[in-house]
Design a binder for this molecule. Sequence first.
Ligand code: GAR
Length: 217
Amino acid sequence: MSDSKPCNIVVLISGSGSNLQAIIDNLAHHPRARICAVVSNRADAYGLVRAAQAGIPQHVLNHQDFPDRLAFDQALIQVIDQHQPDLVVLAGFMRILTPEFTRHYAQRLLNIHPSLLPKHKGLNTHQRAIDAGDQEHGCSVHFVTEELDGGPVVIQAALPIEENETAQQLADKVHALEHQIYPLAVRWFAEERLRLSEQGALLDGQPLASSGFKFQS
Ligand code: GAR
């Protein structure tokens, strides 16, 4: 990546792809960012339609066609690497990745997770935040390492949990925040402002706090 060459971005999805859409809408005309491909492990993912509408090449790689997690991840690497990515963006890609995969894309792999990490790693985060009696909830973009939902946080957006709020109501609000912070983090990376170093995530050369940049909407 340099001034003359844009950041090649490959986005991985499994479902609706609303975060993919937010990234497309925010970065389609950015001179430093190029969304080269969208890869889904599910043929029925609506995100593939979004990619097609935006003229972005799509691939489907069904994990059920592979004998094990490693064989799938190796095939996935081959598909992704055809596009010579500078950045791989997990946008609702609902697969646990092997260390082989996360090491291959070390320092150029981002994920969005619907909780204020390190709280509520894994699934059902909205209900778990309510059940835990949390005062606030939100979402985090982080660099991916071998630890599930455990890599250095880049940016978080938080909101208060209202009394009697349902998990679905909370999910909808968090989703809207995701659509703001993920394009921003991808933009920072494409502009070479965001990096993962041995000291953790750096923005403009400065270490970010362990909970990342605090997004204010
Ligand atoms: C998003 O809420 C994202 O945070 C979550 O999947 C959803 C995908 O929505 N990801 C995870 O839970 C990963 N652990 P989208 O397909 O509409 O972007």
